[in-house]
Design a binder for this molecule. Structure first.
Ligand code: CP
Length: 307
């Protein structure tokens, strides 16, 4: 397997297209391992990894934990909701206490953008960003692009529309960086109130009409409306959002081609995506989840090998 140039994975913005290809080739090998009767390799034996989650997660936390176990790492799990953070302990103190237990790598999710970057300036362990607020979610973008490559043979030249709540989405930003580095064309689509003002400076197409976005793209990556991050009303109601931006079978049937539907999860069924699409042959949502384990094994393996 090839080597990796970075010490941390903080964001897709910071890594090269060569690094992304290296992660994909390594993930290809690990995907083969995951399809064997014995799914475990000794690659990270004697490495201890802390999964430090200050924000809720289902897919990312379980996927990292499984990836670590498949690589034979020792893992410890920290969740802020039942920790001494509730007594006022700081981020650096919390992580330094975890590191005092001789931890080699930290996988961290935090609601504050830049929290893993801040931590990387204060501790020696490798850090993997598992989602920092509305900023980046690098392993999600990697598994998304890896899933497009698997489904369509390549990412280069493909047209990907990211549809939904772009303003509050870390998945959108990491996907834009990753897809552009791999030579895809990217469009964002949503109500104007859910598109950041700076978005066209990232070199993406901007479309307000979801039908036009679907007609343009090979792949639609549909994002969740993140009500928990919305302090004000960005659209009149979920019903109206669904009426204008919800993806349903009727919309896909009007296209003169078949497109691939993706969603990072969790899905708000009946809001941004109807079940007749989420559970259809168009959808690769569960393949994304499956690929997440191989991608996270690759990232952890490459970071540990770069030490
Ligand atoms: N895609 C994703 O990050 O899901 P979780 O919030 O469940 O980890």
């Amino acid at each position: 397997m090839q080597s990796f140039s970075a010490r941390h994975l903080l964001g897709i913005k910071d890594i090269s297209s060569t690094d992304i290809e290296t992660i994909f080739e390594t993930a290809d090998n690990f995907k083969d391992v995951l399809n064997r009767p014995i799914k475990k390799v000794p690659s990270l034996r004697d490495i201890t990894i802390a999964n430090v989650f200050f924000e809720n997660s289902t897919r990312t936390r379980l996927s990292f934990e499984l990836a670590e176990k498949r690589l034979s790492a020792d893992t410890i799990n920290f969740s802020s909701s039942n920790s001494s953070v509730k007594k006022g302990e700081t981020l650096v103190d919390t992580v330094n206490n975890i590191l005092a237990m001789k931890v080699d790598m930290v996988v961290m999710r935090h609601s504050s953008p830049g929290a893993p970057h801040f931590l990387s300036r204060h501790i020696q362990a490798n850090i993997v960003n598992a989602g920092d607020g509305t900023h980046e979610h690098p392993t999600q973008a990697l598994l998304d692009a890896f899933s497009i490559r698997e489904k369509l043979g390549d990412v280069t030249g493909k047209k990907v529309a990211i549809i939904g709540d772009i303003l509050h989405s870390r998945v959108a930003l990491s996907n834009i960086f990753c897809l552009q580095k791999l030579g895809a064309e990217v469009m964002v689509c949503g109500p104007i109130t859910l598109l950041p003002k700076y978005i066209s400076s990232l070199g993406v197409k901007v479309e307000l009409d979801v039908k036009k976005a679907l007609e343009w793209c090979d792949v639609a990556n549909v994002l969740r409306i993140q009500l928990e991050r919305q302090q004000i009303k960005y659209f009149p109601s979920l019903r109206e959002y669904s009426l204008y931006y919800g993806i349903n079978k009727q919309l896909l049937d009007q296209l003169d081609k078949t497109i691939v539907i993706m969603h990072p999860g969790p899905i708000n069924r009946g809001v941004e995506l109807n079940s007749d699409v989420a559970d259809s042959e168009h959808s690769i949502i569960l393949q994304q989840v499956e690929n997440g384990v191989a991608i996270r094994m690759a990232v952890l393996y490459l970071l540990a090998s770069a030490k």
